[in-house]
Design a protein around this ligand. Structure first.
Ligand code: CUA
Length: 329
């Protein structure tokens, strides 16, 4: 209803219904109490006005029933908002396992998008309709925020770490993309568009064919393959071959497992840990290894880091000489 009135943007994701319903409920509760309180002020100030200069008011005694009512009712309403909001929040924050992975790197003042299959785009994101998509976000410089009003999602892209957001588009079409965090002079120009396509069109687009302009050969090398090339070029392979006597831990199958560190702590091998270990290798040394790895800070861009991580993720357990606990779940 609010969309038809032009108050809310079009709704084009599976999140939109639940976010809008909660929003409408908050609006309705606020409107109800605002009207109630304003009306009571007017009615009471007329009804109980001072009628003569000599008039003295009768003392007011408390009312337990009244006080309980105006305590318990708002408590129940706010708990309902909390529980409802938490449910919507959890569903917004929990990407389905089968979601398509897409990487987004923000910088002053553009969005750079990398699809696993290799296609890249700038200030545009092509996605299929009816399939969950998970965006992994980071930034090269300052905080940006990836905001798609029609999907009701917004997430900061933060330098030095990964954040994510997910959606499932419900209607093919083109939608606005905004940067929603002030990021410098041209913040307001940091715009883009989301193109939601039928799955078949999306597949054609991904493979770079069928009348798309930017489908160059370089753009169709998969992210994992770019990562592998980089893994060789940077010499990572010298110490991480997965053979005994290697200077570094084997990487096959480690993603998603827990490893024991020199300090005795354990850490889960996720995107963040891999990223940290490439840029700041001394931070969390795996038990049984020496802190001999040099930093690759300044040698790899954010996009290349994502390629390396995707390649490491793609490695099946081969040697498994790393000191790992069993994969959980
Ligand atoms: Cu990027 Cu505002």
């Amino acid at each position: 209803m609010l969309q038809r009135l032009g108050i809310l943007p079009v709704a084009a994701s599976t999140h939109a219904g639940s976010v809008d319903a909660l929003y409408f409920f908050l609006l309705a509760v606020s409107a109800f109490f605002a009207l109630l309180i304003a009306s009571l002020i007017i009615v009471f100030s007329i009804r109980y006005r001072r009628r003569a200069d000599s008039e003295t008011p009768t003392p007011v005694k408390g009312s337990l029933a009244l006080e309980l009512a105006w305590t318990i009712i708002p408590f129940c309403i706010s708990m309902a908002i909390f529980v409802w909001g938490a449910r919507v929040f959890v569903s917004l924050r929990t990407p389905p396992k089968n979601a398509i992975d897409v990487f987004v790197v923000g910088r002053q003042w553009m969005w750079k998008v990398q699809h696993l299959e290799g296609r890249r785009e700038i200030n545009e994101l092509h996605v299929p309709v009816g399939q969950p998509v998970k965006l992994t976000l980071t930034s090269e410089d300052v905080i940006h925020s990836f905001y798609i009003p029609a999907f009701r999602i917004k997430q900061d892209a933060i330098p030095g770490r990964y954040t994510d957001e997910w959606f499932e588009a419900t209607t093919p079409g083109t939608y606005h993309l905004f940067c929603a965090e002030y990021c410098g002079t041209w913040h307001s120009h940091m715009l883009g568009r989301i193109v939601v396509m039928e799955p078949a069109d999306y597949q054609a687009w991904l493979s770079g064919g069928a009348g798309t302009a930017a489908g160059s050969a370089a753009g169709t090398v998969s992210v994992a393959a770019s990562g592998e090339a980089l893994f060789d070029r940077l010499g990572c392979v010298t110490c991480h071959r997965g053979e005994s006597g290697d200077l570094g831990p084997a990487l096959g199958g480690v993603f998603g497992t827990k490893v024991r560190l020199q300090s005795g702590e354990t850490v889960e091998v996720d995107d963040g840990y891999l990223r940290e270990s490439i840029l700041n290798p001394q931070a969390k040394i795996v038990a049984g290894f020496q802190p001999v790895m040099p930093t690759f800070k300044g040698q790899v861009s954010e996009e290349e880091l994502l390629q390396l991580i995707t390649y490491i993720k793609s490695l099946r357990s081969s040697a498994g000489k790393m000191d790992t606990a069993h994969r959980e779940s």
